[in-house]
Design a protein around this ligand. Structure first.
Ligand code: NAD
Length: 498
């Protein structure tokens, strides 16, 4: 079985230590194994990044951006190979994997603007014959820790921008589907990046803890589940590091009686069941304002959910593939069982699904629950599977209160034709990313991505303008060149312009 090693200082490094199996969830069998780094291996990457930093820091931003231009080109040339690897190890459909890669490439395009993004600010005559400017300087060695559900896109939220800002990077990808991540990183080296500027170290908690504890690592970007996000945020900041840690979600869609129902239903189908619900922006709760909205929605959703085309992610033309691992599939099934036990009405039950020819795959059909209450675990918890729950309320205000009281605040959306209602929703809702008739309001690369409440720990969102601020520190320089003929007396009052 092929073993996946690390990419350190421009070379493939294998340490023959612990390994984990990497599965193809469509067939339910291990296809590769991945090395799990120990602390010594992580230290090799940290040392390589540290050694590469002085020269990379002083490389002109325009030259750094040129590497990103070549990287983008290589990503496009190798698109099919990358997409096939994502789909094989994650299980998502080829079309979905393609979409993920394209959204990742948009972050590389944003990074190509580095000279503009790093220009700084300048004030002439800030005082008498004094000029002042602010500069955005890199942090040094920075690291990223990423989840299984976007093995291409989420790492691309981080390192193109970090690197183009002048930092050296260590990526610890998900050990569940590392192959596409590693292939993409190798293309960045092929694009001409100097050795040591980008390193990929595979592993689990041991590798992550080595990054948290290393004094050389100045910043950590994390995307994954909330308990781990909170752990990394508290342990990282306790050690004086800059940390942005993006966590889990429970995203609500509010449907008002005046919504265009056919468009709403189609939007919900993609947002709830696309990628088998394994998206941090997936819609998992439909909040229906009024019984008539709920009844109409259910009548229209039910046949569509039953007709979902489900099969091996690597076959073309499907709506949904399998869940990522057997353990995760069992967990999601457990939530469906719990929903039934808690008294919710299971309108569509996907538990009986069997995919011909792929009987061992980790498949679960689309599930729909009605009459869900805020106390039920299928409402409170992030299920991360193809399960949509309907909560019935009587007013927009009640819907908003429900959302605002939930512990997560990643994404949400409202379906309506009423501009006043939509504006109120955008103003008052306590969620970081809001859609109006847009079910997956994932910001484009030149905005920034982040939730509120327990969906994000830290102050700055991922990528875009916040990403530039996260990966740089501001230095403000105040400068005067004394005129030869004049001598100033000592001033003991605090200097000011008045
Ligand atoms: P996860 O938290 O299990 O793993 C994420 C990363 O943390 C992986 O690299 C993993 O190796 C590492 N890790 C796992 N356990 C650890 C531990 N005990 N100590 C240190 N590191 C550890 O998440 P996942 O299952 O890979 O991904 C799914 C989760 O990610 C969902 O909760 C989803 O909502 C979230 N997610 C959030 C966003 C966002 O932008 N907010 C985006 C994508 C995914």
């Amino acid at each position: 079985m092929t073993s996946i090693a690390h990419l350190i200082n421009g070379e493939t490094v294998s340490t023959n230590g612990r390994t984990a199996q990497v599965f193809n969830p469509s067939i339910g069998a291990a296809v590769r194994e991945v090395e799990l780094a120990d602390r010594a291996t992580m230290q090799l990457a940290i040392d390589a990044a540290k050694a590469a930093y002085p020269a990379w820091r002083n490389t002109p931003p325009a030259k750094r951006a040129q590497v990103m231009f070549r990287f983008k080109q290589l990503l496009e040339e190798n698109k099919d190979k990358i997409v096939a690897l994502i789909s094989e190890e994650h299980g998502k459909t080829l079309e979905d994997a393609h979409g993920e890669l394209l959204r990742g490439i948009e972050n590389v395009e944003f990074a190509c603007a580095a000279p503009e993004l790093l220009k700084g600010e300048y004030s002439r005559n800030a005082g008498p014959a004094i000029d002042s400017w602010s500069d955005f300087q890199p942090l040094g060695v920075v690291a990223g820790i990423t989840p299984f559900n976007f093995p291409a896109m989420v790492p691309l939220w981080m390192y193109p921008l970090a690197i183009v800002c002048g930092n050296c990077f260590i990526l610890k990808p998900s050990e569940r589907d590392p192959s596409s991540t590693l292939l993409i990183a190798s293309l960045l080296l092929e694009a001409g990046l100097p050795r040591g500027v980008m390193n990929v170290v595979n592993g689990d908690k041991d590798a992550v803890d080595a990054l948290i504890e290393a004094p050389e690592v100045k910043a950590l970007s994390f995307v994954g589940s909330t308990p781990i996000a909170e752990y990394i945020y508290s342990e990282g900041t306790r050690r004086g590091k800059r940390v942005q840690a993006l966590g889990g979600a429970k995203n609500h869609a509010v449907i008002l009686p005046d919504a265009d129902m056919d468009n709403t239903v189609n939007a919900l189908m993609g947002a709830a069941y696309g990628s088998c619900g394994e998206r941090c922006m997936a819609i998992s709760v439909a909040v229906c304002v009024g019984d008539q909205v709920a009844d109409t929605l259910i009548a229209k959703l039910t046949p569509k959910i039953k007709a979902l085309k489900i099969g091996a992610g690597t076959s073309a033309g499907l709506d949904m593939g399998p869940l990522v691992t057997r353990a995760h599939c069992d967990k999601v099934r457990g939530y469906v069982d719990a929903g039934v036990a808690e008294g919710a009405e299971l309108v569509v039950d996907g538990r009986g699904l069997s995919v011909a020819g792929n009987e061992n795959g980790y498949f679960l059909g689309g599930c729909l629950f009605d009459r869900v209450t805020p106390q039920m675990s299928i409402y409170t918890d992030e299920i991360f599977g193809p399960v949509l729950v309907i909560v019935r309320v009587n007013s927009l205000e009640e819907a908003m209160q429900l959302i605002n009281e939930h512990e997560y605040g990643n994404g949400t959306c409202i379906f309506t034709r009423d501009g006043e209602a939509a504006r109120l929703f955008c103003d008052e809702i306590e969620v970081g990313m809001v859609g109006v008739n847009v079910p997956l309001p994932v910001p484009v690369s030149y905005h920034s991505f982040g939730g509120w409440k327990r969906s994000l720990f830290g102050d700055l969102h991922a990528y875009g303008p916040d990403g530039v601020r996260f990966y740089t520190k501001r230095k403000t320089i105040t400068q005067r060149w004394p005129q030869r003929a004049s001598h100033e007396a000592a001033q003991f009052a605090f200097p000011s312009n008045s």
